[in-house]
Design a protein around this ligand. Structure first.
Ligand code: DCP
Ligand code: MG
Ligand code: MN
Length: 339
């Protein structure tokens, strides 16, 4: 939309945005995806205003701001704070929940189970709870994984993987994706796409999982592989932690293997952000197509509950710009895909 408009202090709604941002971060930590999304959209709208929004009515007249959010905007302007935010911050059980949700791989149901079992600290978890290997690592490196990764370091991790892989096979390309490709000054993790032209996924898999990954472990760069809570791995992903030579800080790193034919769709998906992805997928579906991280498809047959009955025909997967074109969306540079 308009990333240039968010020069904070000059924005007449700077204070409102600041408080809403904190509320949004809170919902994000609580893994409340709907409220997080609603807040992010509302905040994006506020950033674009050049007048101060002071009343519920003014707020309601803007796109992506519903009555609840509008009330909160009015409350912030009138009182300079948000009771809801203060209350959640003061609630000790709430704090424990957020602490537990910060453990890598722990979802809402796991965190709630720990609370119900009476655990109140990370030490309780270590000494009393039965933990998976990933959860143990998530606790040992809690602060590491919670820290933002400076852009220059994200790049160094990318270079390390690329350098090692190219020693095995010069034909591979390694691209840093995610928030880094959007130009972020720091990132939550390191997202890498690995591809090689005119090469099947089976061959790439073999080289990456049988040679690259073991080599990165033996170089002491990879520290541990981590299981993900989401869907089963189809053999194209690796999730784990890496650490630069001379550093003690472990970073979260994700690898995604992509065949050339799917690079465009994968670039689009893995660049995000997630809200931009949602809007592109929604647009595709409005045009009778379907967009996922492998390609843009048409003639997808859906049943009565909009469930997919077939995969449809591939329209485009290779070229990111063509996917925009076919969807009728003017090209947006990665740095402009911040919603
Ligand atoms: N993605 C998505 N929907 C999700 C998760 C991810 O569309 N539920 C896509 C868009 C993201 C990309 O994958 O930009 C990478 O996911 P990350 O979780 O690593 O998110 P970012 O890299 O954007 O941000 P961060 O700096 O927090 O890692
Ligand atoms: Mg990322
Ligand atoms: Mn990631």
């Amino acid at each position: 939309m308009n990333p240039g408009a968010n020069n904070n202090s000059q924005n007449p709604n700077a204070r409102t945005i600041e408080v809403l941002d904190q509320m949004c971060k809170y919902y994000d930590q609580m893994q409340d995806q709907w409220r997080t999304l609603a807040y992010r959209k509302g905040i994006a709208t506020l950033r674009k205003q050049d007048t101060k929004i002071s009343t519920k009515e003014e707020a309601l007249a803007l796109p992506f701001i519903g009555s609840r959010l509008a009330e909160k905007i009015e409350e912030i302007v009138l009182t300079n704070r948000l009771r809801k935010l203060d209350n959640t911050r003061d609630d000790p059980l709430d704090q424990v929940l957020r602490l537990f949700l910060g453990v890598y791989g722990a979802g809402l149901s796991q965190a709630n189970k720990w609370i119900q079992a009476g655990y109140r600290s990370l030490e309780d978890l270590v000494t009393k709870a039965r933990l998976t290997e990933s959860q143990k690592i998530g606790i040992q490196h809690y602060d590491d994984f919670a820290a933002r990764i400076p852009r220059a370091e994200v790049e160094q991790h990318g270079n390390f993987v690329r350098g090692t892989l190219n020693r095995i096979d010069k034909g591979f390309q390694v691209t840093v994706m995610g928030s880094y490709r959007r130009g972020a000054k720091d990132s939550g993790d390191i997202d890498l796409i690995i591809t090689k032209s005119a090469t099947s996924l089976a061959v790439m898999r073999n080289i990456v999982f049988e040679q690259l990954v073991p080599m990165l472990f033996s170089l002491n760069f990879f520290k541990v592989a981590l299981a993900t809570s989401h869907r089963t791995n189809d053999g194209t992903k690796w999730h784990g932690a890496s650490c630069l030579p001379g550093s003690k800080v472990w970073r979260r790193l994700d690898l995604l293997l992509v065949p050339e034919e799917e690079m465009g769709a994968a670039l689009l998906y893995f660049t995000g952000n997630d809200i931009f992805n949602r809007s592109m997928r929604l647009l595709a579906s409005k045009k009778g197509m379907r967009l996922n991280q492998r390609g843009l498809y048409r003639d997808v047959v859906r049943g009565r509950n909009r469930e997919k009955l077939n995969e449809g025909t591939l329209v485009e997967g290779r070229d990111e710009k063509k996917i925009f074109e076919i969807l009728g969306v003017p090209w947006r540079k990665p740095t402009e895909r911040i919603c």
